[in-house]
Design a protein around this ligand. Structure first.
Ligand code: PLP
Length: 463
């Protein structure tokens, strides 16, 4: 691995172009525990280790790019959510964030339930032994075949997302001689992202049935009439990467309002309320996520207070964190290929992956941090943009971050907090094969999703 310096790019705050970054960190070798998985540390040689294994060894054994997942951290976070909500509530891990059979087994062992939103996720969950009654099936356009498979398998609940689906699920359940437990997903007129929420008309989206205009109340009316389904509750999911609980407060107020209307109109008190997922994690040191026990306390208090005010029995609460469990537990390891300093702008650092293994930056303008992990460095900070190898100028992994100015081809760098919505949204753009997911624990590493090969790609291309 070369250690030679290259022509330095812009380095000092007084020459920095506009961007999203803060000032360079005091110590580029420091690893902020907020954004890195729990067992990540730098050893005496300056090499970063995870689960006790140096990343240089992991790169040799598994290649780069690779997602390295800290199993102990995953289990600890899953357990923290389970413990925080206790026995009177349910935690459904949102499989869309990242799902594999190993993850399903860990969730099962740690006592969590699982949300799936496609036949593929359902098949993965069932094949890894998740009991069907601990699975919730979501989606705004489930196929009849997916609905049939879910009901046949005996999933604990199907979350209904449209008027058509209410009838469709009821009919299929009846055909199968079953009564399927369902929730109705409503849109409460709240959209929450990061530190803001907007309590206006955010019904303008494909998910759920609006409370506004009485549509959700009508959906409940229809669902209560059908024999094939048993309506057990109301579901609401208000956004993603949320730090501010006030959006949940408005959502809970409105959902409990609907529960009260249902009680008044039908004499039925629905036993469950699902407040969805969307809890934020730290992608950079600027983010300050809340702990699961704080979230559990806040949500339980909100729902209890609202129900007391409406003179309703407090329903069983469920939540669906995905990102908050898996997000911080993994990082993506890349090898630096080329380095291009652009005078007065920034230095472009190209890695051996890109938007095919992390689409979030291009798709959501997401912020990430990055660190040199194969060695430490005392060089000055250099403003860098980490880009991939794809034929697309928007192929950016980390928009603006500081790396040491002596960064060189062959160095390994890592982007933390890539456990959620990176492998699960990965693509084969440019026929680049998708990286493996390697779980590391107590000095042992094992592949839980293997690297794709060019043979895999050619096998699908039937010529
Ligand atoms: C219904 C529902 N539940 C849970 C989640 C998980 O969200 P997060 O991973 O941000 O916690 C999502 C994400 O889109 C969702 O749509």
């Amino acid at each position: 691995m070369s250690r030679s310096a290259h022509p330095a790019g812009p380095r000092h705050a007084d020459v920095l172009p506009e961007g999203h970054y803060s000032a360079p960190p005091a110590d580029l070798n420091a690893l902020d525990g907020k954004v890195w998985a729990q067992t990540v540390t730098r050893d005496a040689h300056g090499v970063v280790t995870v689960g006790g294994i140096p990343v240089t060894r992991l790169a040799e054994e598994f290649g780069t790019p690779a997602y390295l997942l800290d199993e102990a951290d995953f289990r600890a976070r899953a357990r923290a959510w389970r413990t925080a909500f206790g026995h009177d509530a349910d935690v459904f891990y949102a499989g869309k964030a990242f799902l594999s059979r190993a993850v399903v087994r860990w969730l099962h062992e740690e006592g969590l339930n699982l949300d799936v939103c496609s036949g593929g996720e359902l098949a993965t969950a069932l094949s890894a032994g998740m009991p069907a009654d601990r699975i919730a099936f979501h989606g705004n356009n489930k196929s009849k075949d997916e609905i049939r498979r879910a009901i046949e398998a005996g999933v604990g609940r199907i979350v209904l997302d449209s008027f058509q689906e209410i009838v469709r699920v009821a009919h299929i359940a009846q055909e199968l001689g079953k009564r399927q437990r369902v929730q109705i997903r409503v849109t409460v007129g709240v959209e929450a992202h990061t530190h803001e929420f907007i309590a206006t008309a955010h019904e303008d989206q494909k998910f759920g049935i609006p409370l506004a205009g009485g549509q959700a109340a009508e959906a409940v009316r229809r669902a209560l009439r059908l024999d094939g389904i048993e309506l057990i509750g109301i579901h609401s999911h208000i956004g993603s990467q949320i730090f501010d609980m006030s959006g949940f407060e408005v959502a809970a107020h409105r959902v409990v309002g609907l529960l009260k209307d249902i009680r008044d109109e039908h004499g039925v008190e629905l036993p469950e309320i699902d407040l969805g997922g969307g809890l934020g994690i730290a992608y950079t040191s600027d983010d300050d996520p809340r702990e699961p026990h704080e979230i559990a306390k806040a949500l339980t208090e909100i729902v209890t207070r609202e129900c007391e005010a409406a003179r309703l029995r407090t329903p069983r609460i469920s939540v669906e964190p995905g990102r908050a469990i898996v997000g911080p537990t993994a990082f993506t390891l890349y090898e630096v290929g080329t380095i291009k300093p652009l005078d007065g702008l920034r230095t472009y650092v190209s890695v051996d992956g890109g938007m095919s293994d992390n689409i979030r930056t291009a798709l959501y303008d997401a912020e990430y941090s990055v660190a040199l992990v194969s060695r430490s460095s005392d060089a000055e900070p250099m403003l860098a943009r980490v880009v991939g190898k794809h034929c697309e100028s928007g192929d950016i992994v980390v928009k603006d971050a500081f790396l040491p100015a002596d960064l060189a081809p062959g160095d390994l760098i890592a982007v933390p907090a890539t456990g959620a919505y990176c492998r699960s949204m990965a693509s084969n753009y440019n026929h680049v094969t998708r990286p493996p997911v390697v779980a590391v624990r107590d000095g042992e590493a094992r592949v839980i999703v293997r690297r794709e090969t060019e043979e895999d790609l050619l096998r699908l291309d039937v010529g």
